[in-house]
Design a protein around this ligand. Structure first.
Ligand code: SF4
Length: 319
């Protein structure tokens, strides 16, 4: 029964470490949980007389529900015919929302921590233009996650924005495909250059992040082959140097392009005319959320939780 479900969760949740959100149902109640640090988002929506839970508020728009509020880090909400009851099954812990939800993971039409993701990404691009200006003819996004930052960069710099790469809408995200072979093939299946926008142009190419670098390197080659006379790469987050143990499939440290390379070495590897990453402080400010409430481990190496078994991505799953 309901009491047993809530009692069971209250008993077992304090033993869980790492990143998780749960939605659990029985006959009379719907229970939503965010881990003690709130690595991943979870929102409550109102749908007619009922309530719904979703990991992103954009899902509410699609189903005709309205955003009500976020489940807080470490909070368990019990939803039943009496309404919403808030329970605190964990010891109080500092909030550590994944910063990459703002950079890449969340949909641009979602609200997270009260902030619109698209607007936050535009602000990242504006900050990047101020921090790392370039002399160029066009600003071109890497679709789709680089689009808002490229719009921000173009608006702040006054350099015209152009769609120089076209996305094949039938192929998924290369970032989360598990096999390297799939990723190697992925860029050619995923993007096609628009030669008329690139040929003879000095291009500022804007992307949100570089993880392994293999797709970015192919992309630079593609832009040069389409006739670009210079490629200035601007990344709207800092170098991704440390593996994630909280649900992002980034592999171990040896696979990360920036793990042991300087920005100059990365620029040489990628064959770009210049390369700049957005500074961490500027990224945090661009989110519009409280800057001390984020996990930044993959960028800073400061992990919010102990990592028990070396640096394998399943370290926390194995405990
Ligand atoms: S390590 Fe990076 S990707 Fe993983 S939860 Fe922290 S900020 Fe997000």
């Amino acid at each position: 029964n309901e009491a047993n479900l809530v009692e069971a969760l209250t008993a077992v949740l304090p033993t869980f470490e790492g990143a998780f959100t749960l939605a659990v149902m029985d006959r009379t109640s719907l229970v939503g949980v965010r881990d003690r640090h709130g690595f991943r988002p979870l929102s409550i929506g109102k749908l007619g007389d009922g309530w719904v839970l979703a990991s992103e508020s954009a899902a509410f728009d699609i189903m005709g529900a309205t955003f009500f509020r976020d489940v807080e880090p470490g909070e368990m909400v019990v939803i039943d015919d009496r309404g919403i009851t808030s329970v605190q099954p964990f010891e109080p812990s500092p909030a550590r929302m994944c910063l990459f939800e703002f950079v890449y993971f969340a949909r641009p039409d979602s609200l997270i921590a009260g902030q619109n993701i698209h607007a936050a990404r535009r602000h990242m691009g504006e900050a990047l233009a101020a921090q790392a200006p370039a002399t160029a003819d066009v600003v071109v996004p890497v679709p789709e996650s680089g689009i808002p930052a490229a719009q921000g960069y173009a608006a702040a710099s006054g350099i015209p924005y152009r769609d120089g790469l076209v996305k094949n809408r039938y192929v998924g995200r290369t970032f989360i495909e598990p096999a390297q072979a799939m990723r190697d093939m992925g860029i050619h299946m995923k993007l096609n250059p628009l030669r008329q926008e690139l040929n003879g142009k000095d291009v500022v190419l804007v992307d949100d992040s570089i993880v392994r670098g293999s797709t970015t390197r192919q992309l630079i080659r593609m832009v040069r082959d389409a006739g670009a006379s210079a490629v200035h790469l601007r990344i709207s987050s800092p170098p991704y140097r440390w593996p994630c143990f909280y649900g992002m499939d980034t592999g171990d440290r040896s696979t990360l392009l920036a793990a042991d390379r300087s920005v100059e070495e990365i620029a040489e590897y990628l064959d770009v005319d210049s390369l700049a990453y957005l500074e961490l402080d500027a990224l945090l400010e661009a989110t519009g959320a409280a800057s001390d409430g984020f996990c930044t481990a993959c960028l800073s190496g400061e992990y919010p939780t102990p990592i028990p078994n070396g640096d394998g991505k399943f370290a926390l799953e194995e405990t």
